[in-house]
Design a protein around this ligand. Structure first.
Ligand code: PBG
Length: 328
């Protein structure tokens, strides 16, 4: 008998939908999706965000409704961002017990806290009048160590209000240790820290700054967030430091342009790794789809699969509720 050619036929396993389904190596599950949500103080009606079609600045009531929908769809968690009515140089609303994040997180913990994980982003940029992620020196630089005290106070206020995971995103050196010590000192030793460990100074955050009203009033965040072209090994160093400081899980952000970093982090650590599919990633797909240039649902699924395949255990995505519904 003559040998068949070609000898290997990888297409055999791709031929039918059941065959592809059975042999899939990457699966998505609603529980690993986390929905970022925005709540704004003093709003009468939810406000659509122009650069993020389908995403809203919520009122306290509309936030609760959207969180219920996410919980019903099986989404694993949510992460809350707040826009206060009044901003000042030190971001006073960040740790005010009556601040918008504290009020809203108490609502959410009571409403959906038994079904999904209610997390808070811990940073100052939404709360400062200058829009930077920390306290400024007279020369206009972000003062690392003065900022740590503010992060610690904000984290404690969030935990006291009912936040179930603290997620520091400001990229200050030592922020995880400072927050861990403060939480432990106030009796919150059981509250985990999800550290935004490898966070790049990215153009893909553009639409978020509309959503959270936190564009820096001068300069940019390059002096504290990582340079996309920064030193090889920088991301892994940040991750190692955060773990040594007590982080329970780590994050890479943004996602799609940093899948190489995500894979390296996944291979390095033995804690859960999260990836944040950020506002600009969302906006690009929505804008192209609105123009009829791309198949929206396929592009969403493909991007989530890519992030999962690169090693993310958790994916923060503005499509969490929609994607979870499609998966169940
Ligand atoms: C900072 C923070 C930002 C995002 C999450 N946390 C903005 C920034 O660093 O400028 C961006 C998220 C997104 O773009 O979806 N508190």
């Amino acid at each position: 008998m003559t040998a068949q050619f070609p000898a290997a036929r990888p297409r055999r396993l791709r031929r039918t939908a059941p065959m592809r389904r059975m042999t899939a190596g990457t699966r998505l599950h609603p529980a690993e999706l986390v929905l970022p949500m925005f709540v704004k103080e003093g709003l009468a009606e939810p406000q659509p965000i122009g650069s993020m079609p389908g995403v809203f600045q919520h009122t306290r009531d509309s936030l609760r409704k959207a969180a219920h929908e996410a919980a019903e769809a099986g989404v694993g968690g949510l992460i809350l961002f707040g826009v206060p009515a009044v901003k000042d140089a030190r971001g006073s609303a960040a740790d005010d017990p009556a601040g918008i994040v504290q009020q809203a997180v108490a609502d959410l913990a009571a409403d959906v806290g038994d079904t999904m994980v209610v997390m808070t982003d811990t940073c100052l940029d939404e709360f400062t009048d200058h829009g930077h992620c920390g306290i400024l020196t007279p020369a206009g630089e972000v003062d690392n160590d003065a900022t740590l005290e503010r992060y610690a106070a904000a984290a404690v206020a969030q935990a006291r209000a009912g936040s179930q995971v603290i997620a520091p995103s400001g990229m200050m050196d030592g922020q995880v240790a400072a927050i861990r010590a403060a939480l432990d000192g106030e009796g919150f030793e059981q509250i985990p820290i999800l550290a935004y460990s490898a966070k790049y100074a990215s153009a893909f955050y553009g639409p978020f700054r509309d959503a959270a009203e936190c564009a820096p009033q001068f300069g940019d965040r390059s002096a504290y967030q990582q340079d996309p072209a920064g030193p090889i090994g920088e991301a892994l160093r940040e991750v190692r430091l955060d773990l040594a400081e007590g982080a329970d899980a780590v994050m890479v952000k943004p996602a799609l342009a940093y899948l190489d970093i995500l894979r390296q982090v996944r291979d390095l650590v033995d804690v859960p790794v999260a990836a944040y599919q950020v506002s600009g990633e969302y906006a690009m797909v929505e804008a192209a789809a609105a123009n009829g240039w791309i198949d929206r649902e396929r592009a969403i699924t493909e991007s989530l699969v890519a992030i999962r395949r690169a090693g993310a255990d958790l994916i923060l995505t503005y499509w969490a509720t929609e994607a979870a519904r499609r998966l169940t």
